[in-house]
Design a binder for this molecule. Sequence first.
Ligand SMILES: [Zn+2]
Length: 303
Amino acid sequence: MRGTLILMLAAPILIVSTVTAQDSPVVGLNPLTEVEFSQLSQRDPNPLSEKALAIHPDQWKHAETEHFIYHFVHGYVATPVSIEAEFHYRVVAKELEREQLTTDIKSHIYIFESPEEWQQFQTFGHLEQWTGGIHSAGSLFIQRDPAYKFSNNSLGHEIVHLVLHRFYTDGIPCWLDEGLAQFISKDAHASYQRARGYISKPHSDSIAPADLIPLATLVTITHPPSERVHTFYDESERLVRFLDTTDKPSFLKLLDALARHQPFETALVQFYPAQFSNVAALEEKFREYASKDFGSSLQQASN
Ligand SMILES: [Zn+2]
């Protein structure tokens, strides 16, 4: 178990399945149509964009879909990324009831292939330990080794961040951003797999009661704490799941209030008046929910 956790932390993006290229579930893809850089519909104002495209500038190709612009080396690496990106866009918009929201700003995704170039680029941005990607001001930078088949929810997780950033450009609290990224991408990953003929159920990790971070602390954390990174992500995901399933309309109002920088306790009491009179009342019910099935999921988690 411990060994698995360390491996996941050290190299999360290298978690691969044994599915070979011939078994690929992604069949009949419409390959991305390459577009000249000068012909792209939008520019990326992110300073990291310039840094990325300056690394072997002659290698980069470009393409667009409805909500994203891609910068990549090989089309066969970028095409599956584009399918997952648009898939997750729809899932997030539906989950947050933002399907009617129209914005023509596209998010940029940079796909590195060479490990050396990726390492070189990492010095410019902050690597998310959970996924191995770099999300910065609405743009995403990732590495994909074409030799591997990626089968976890790490790309989905990053795409959720991109879409959340588009809907809430001023940012949302860290627990909510990471919790939503996990909550939505885990469920979406399972349905994505099911749509391609795999048997897959979303898996939410429960937390040992003694490990839980007190809610008053959790909601004020501004960056995933590296010494408790697993607990932070799992607990944030469970809290989002709990608030969402307790009362979805209230959850969406809470999300909007927190995006407008309202304090957590004030917004909680305002939008869940019948369920939680204060954070302590939420904590009491949440602790039980967060630790539910703890122990029985250990086997599954260590697989
Ligand atoms: Zn994240």
